[in-house]
Ligand binder design. Structure first.
Ligand SMILES: Nc1ncnc2c1ncn2[C@@H]1O[C@H](COP(=O)(O)OP(=O)(O)OP(=O)(O)O)[C@@H](O)[C@H]1O
Ligand SMILES: [Mg+2]
Length: 423
């Protein structure tokens, strides 16, 4: 693609620096030394997958193997922020000779190679449709599909695959180790064909390039939870036999307090030093619900009761539904001590958690429940607990307090409402 005059002038005034020749990549960050077509990277958090993909593109450009490059993400903004302008691992950071032209959505190199910004937002727009790419990078492929974009995501993936059909074209796919559709498809292909390479690894492998604070923060969050294998060790979760929820059960949307017809905070107070499940859910309209926040916590009764109150206030809640446990009225008095005016409904668990969970899982199956997009990352932990609820019990570690709190809130919200004149 020809450079415009203004672009050329800019390059003369500000000549691009020579690419650094120091290669600090670990062995697993270098492309596998055989003739693969797709390289799937799904390591733990902050392993350096973005860095690896950007460095690979840089090498391919300088070896003149990459002339026409597809950069595909879930949104154009994500492509720009994560793949191009990420200050540590974006294309511009690893290759000072690359120039980004935001108006065109293109990255240019002095040797004429061009990378095109594309996303699942517009899967049929050229060049994604019909472009002949020799090189591609698909980022965060696990999060391409959700309730509004899954058809588009599918189309984007198909069009990308079609436009990378030249004999020696190569595509890198980076993703967290979630078993989304694209990741699952590639893992299957890796078993059958000889054209998909797979690399995973743990966050610790990149510890030398991460701050000790970061490492201890993720350890605090994930160690000992059902998410440790996935988030730190980069292992794609196996399907749970008899699970009431699967990775496909979850759909996402945004939500604001003003949109909600009713909000309930569910509380599962557990005995001992265990976590107290605290989850807010709301009603969007008739027969449609949304899980808003998971503020599950450990700590003193005063601490968890305060959190319940804060979460209730945050969403302008209508009521708190709390399970009466061995402590009898202890839970009610703890909540009333935190806020005397908090409307609390006490419920008694007469059946097992997984039996209570089943009708709620059916609401997910019929696409009547979504989770809040952009909510805090604790909803990930809730999803993971739900995925381990099976028809015969909980198959995860510890006790499913988050799941139970969500089940209480959604059960209450989805109960048939009493109306005037009806008993
Ligand atoms: N081999 C390496 N040498 C030096 N720095 C590295 C190396 N690999 C990764 N890094 C650095 O480690 C940090 C994390 O890398 P990167 O952003 O690519 O991780 P990631 O796996 O994409 O993270 P996330 O899970 O947040 O998407 C960045 O600062 C990156 O520059
Ligand atoms: Mg990244």
């Amino acid at each position: 693609m020809a450079l415009h005059f203004a672009d050329v002038a800019m390059d003369i005034l500000d000549p691009p620096a020579m690419p650094s020749s120091i290669d600090k990549r670990r062995k697993k960050q270098r492309p596998p030394a055989w003739d693969w077509r797709v390289w799937l990277l799904h390591p733990g958090r902050r392993w350096g997958k973005g860095y690896t993909a950007a460095r690979w593109i840089r090498d391919r450009v300088h070896l003149a193997k990459a002339r026409s490059i597809a950069l595909v993400g879930s949104t154009n903004t994500a492509v720009r922020q994560l793949m191009i302008e990420h200050p540590e691992s974006g294309l511009l950071a690893v290759d000072p000779s690359a120039r980004y032209y935001s108006a065109k959505g293109e990255v240019h190199w002095p040797n004429g190679a061009v990378a095109y910004v594309m996303s699942t937002e517009h899967p049929d727009r050229p060049p994604l449709r019909g472009g002949g790419f020799d090189t591609g990078w698909a980022d965060e492929a696990d999060s391409w599909g959700d309730e509004t974009t899954s058809k588009k995501a599918k189309k984007a993936w198909e069009n990308l695959s079609l436009s990378m059909s030249a004999g020696d074209s190569k595509l890198v796919v980076t993703s967290t180790p979630k078993a989304g559709r694209i990741v699952s498809e590639l893992l299957e292909r890796a078993k059958e064909d000889k054209d998909v390479a797979v690399t995973t690894g743990s966050t610790y492998e990149n510890a030398a390039n991460l701050s000790p604070q970061y490492v201890s923060t993720i350890e605090r969050r994930f160690k000992g939870t059902t998410l440790e294998q996935r988030e730190i060790h980069g292992q794609v979760p196996e399907a749970v036999t008899g699970a009431l929820w699967t990775p496909d059960s979850f759909r996402y949307r945004k939500a604001k307090a003003g949109q909600l017809e009713r909000v309930i905070v569910g509380v599962d107070p557990s005995g001992g030093g265990d976590e107290i499940g605290i989850v807010a859910a709301g009603q969007l309209k008739a027969e449609r619900w949304i899980v808003l926040d998971d503020w599950t916590t450990v700590g003193s009764p005063a601490k968890w009761a305060r959190k319940v109150k804060e979460l209730h206030d945050k969403w302008k809640g209508d009521a708190v539904v709390a399970e009466r446990n061995f402590g009898g009225d202890m839970v009610l008095s703890t909540l009333k001590n935190a806020a005397a005016d908090l409307p609390v409904r006490m419920v008694t668990a007469s059946r097992g958690k997984h039996i209570r969970a089943e009708p709620v899982s059916l609401l997910y199956e019929s696409k009547q429940v979504q989770h809040r997009r952009g909510g805090d990352a604790e909803l990930d932990l809730l999803e993971e607990e739900l995925r381990h609820m099976t028809t015969t019990g909980f198959e995860g570690e510890g006790s499913p307090n988050r799941a139970d709190a969500a089940v209480w809130a959604l059960t209450e919200l989805s109960k048939p409402r009493k109306t005037w004149g009806v008993a």
